[in-house]
Design a protein around this ligand. Structure first.
Ligand code: HEM
Length: 485
């Protein structure tokens, strides 16, 4: 009762709670598909900070930009809540899940892996893989076929993240049956299901209630770990022999550093903490984290932005005109970092799409000690859920919040946007380390699509659903017609 009293003394209201189950009864009959509406209703009824408890777990939901600012800016509130532990079997204690000293040290050495110079060479991969995507889509570009862009973008994003993070081509788009691709897809989908199903959420309950599924999950996690382990071992050997060669022949070209593209993994292989190199296992958890964080999120962003463009003809036309002016009319011309940097309007389109449909619609934190946040004393062990999806539709910060208006992010207006009302990549010390990577990838893929196709508003409208990331129960549909110019 004490923590509830403290939250109430801090001015937080919430639904009436029952003995033992607290507010768990409110979730009966609800599903991932209705969760977003439940959250909107709670905000409407109790305000933008809502006290909420499930069984013995207590906490609050927040869609209040000032509270979000206090939580995301503080070094005291960097721990993740218990929901994230379901990812641990796959990701270990990589950057997304770790906390305290381990997180701090890892963050420090991983930050340079996303250096401008490294991202620059990845643009070539983005360009090549999105070329494969459009090539394959021509078969369905008849102006009438409804195409769900989520699975299409997902294979492209997998090809991109495997090549950039591990330096291997897995050919997910051309060979979706490749075992590693299958395992990533199966485990990502199973994680989404686990997230919503309380009996699957913890290993101990899943093992008892869903033994077959649990065995399948572990089989695929092992298969992914075996694959990443093999890649890391081979890259380490190549790196060692190349370093040996270059110390024997200092004037020869270093094929790791200069000729071949550096993968994120190569940078980790050369990093050390307190003079100690990272072990293969340390590196595996980070590479697995990139593989997970770096594909479903960008998939969601690419698919939702294509959907919005298909349904907003004027915006699509403006984006296309800009692309034509910057890149020209040769559809086969590859893009580079400089050209992508000039696509300013497209950037506004992506930012506005991330506002309406943030791929990570909720962020969880666990408060580990009593702390004052936005003038409110919050007790230790409070679970907090930051409702990014709802915060980004707050009319106080975004007038006409449901409307798709890329102009909000144009230089004339962007300065007015409250940075904590808009946090698709989170903010503060634990923000998304792959933000620049993601923006370049999404820009590259969208520009390629718009150069080749006219996007048509075909198929059912989206029904957003929070399943680990933002998906849609009805698909994320568009139609395509080859663009003539
Ligand atoms: C549009 C695409 C993306 C979006 C919207 C996105 C969003 C986010 C958000 C909201 C967080 C904070 C999560 C939390 O605190 O629970 C995060 C963290 C993270 N993201 Fe991204 N992300 C995207 C793409 C990527 C990519 C491409 C990579 C890697 C290549 C990546 C790697 C990471 C990592 C490693 C973290 C954990 C950082 C830390 O805790 O220090 N993300 N991302």
């Amino acid at each position: 009762r004490k923590p509830y009293r403290m939250l109430e003394a801090a001015g937080m209201r919430g639904p009436k709670k029952l003995p033992l189950i607290a507010n768990a009864g409110l979730l009966i009959g609800e599903s991932a598909a209705t969760m977003m509406d439940v959250e909107f209703k709670l905000i409407e009824q109790f305000g933008r900070n809502v006290r909420f408890g499930i069984f013995h777990e207590f906490g609050f939901l927040t869609a209040d930009a000032r509270m979000i600012e206090a939580i995301l800016s503080s070094q005291q509130t960097i721990s993740k809540n218990s929901l994230y532990t379901l990812l641990q079997g796959w990701l270990g204690n990589g950057l997304l899940l770790s906390t305290g000293k381990k997180w701090f040290r890892r963050r420090k050495i991983i930050t340079p892996t996303f250096h401008f110079k490294i991202l620059e060479q990845f643009v070539e991969v983005f360009d090549q893989q999105s070329a494969v995507m459009v090539e394959q889509l021509y078969a369905q570009a008849d102006g009438a076929t409804v195409i769900n862009m989520f699975p299409v973008a997902c294979l492209t994003a997998l090809d991109i993240i495997a090549e950039t993070s591990m330096g291997v081509k897995i050919n997910a788009q051309r060979s979706p049956e490749f075992p590693y691709v299958q395992s990533v897809k199966i485990v990502s989908n199973m994680m989404a299901e686990r997230f919503m199903n309380p009996l699957q959420r913890f290993d101990c309950t899943m093992r008892v209630f869903y033994p077959k599924l649990f065995a399948t999950l572990n089989h695929h996690i092992k298969s992914m770990h075996d694959f990443t382990d093999k890649v890391i071992r081979e890259r380490r050997e190549t790196l060692t022999s190349s370093l040996n060669r270059s110390s024997a022949h200092p004037d020869a070209d270093d094929d790791v550093g200069s000729k071949r593209k550096l993968a994120l993994l190569d940078v980790l292989l050369q990093s050390s903490i307190d003079g100690q190199p990272l072990s293969n296992e340390d590196i595996r958890e980070e590479v697995d984290t990139f593989m997970f964080e770096g594909h479903d999120t960008t998939t969601s962003a690419i698919a939702y932005t294509l959907y919005l463009l298909a349904r907003h003809e004027r915006v699509q036309q403006l984006a296309f005109e800009e692309i034509k002016a910057v890149i020209g009319t040769d559809k086969s011309r590859p893009v580079d970092m400089r050209l992508l940097g000039e696509l300013k309007y497209l950037e506004c389109v992506i930012k506005e799409s991330l506002r309406l449909y943030p791929p990570v619609p909720n962020i969880g934190r666990k408060i580990t000690e009593d702390v004052v946040l936005d003038g409110k004393l919050i007790p230790a062990n409070t679970n907090v859920t930051l409702l990014t999806y709802q915060a980004q539709r707050d009319p106080k910060y975004f007038p006409d919040p449901e409307a798709f208006k890329p102009e909000r992010f144009s230089p004339d207006y962007e300065g007015n946007i409250d940075v904590f009302a808009y946090t698709p990549f989170s903010a503060g010390p634990r923000n998304c380390i792959g933000q620049k990577f993601a923006m370049l990838e999404v820009k590259s893929t969208l520009s390629k699509m718009l150069r080749h196709f006219e996007l048509l508003p075909l198929g059912k409208p989206v029904q957003p659903i929070m399943n680990l990331i933002l998906r849609s129960t009805t698909g994320i549909n568009v139609g395509l017609k080859p663009r003539v110019y």
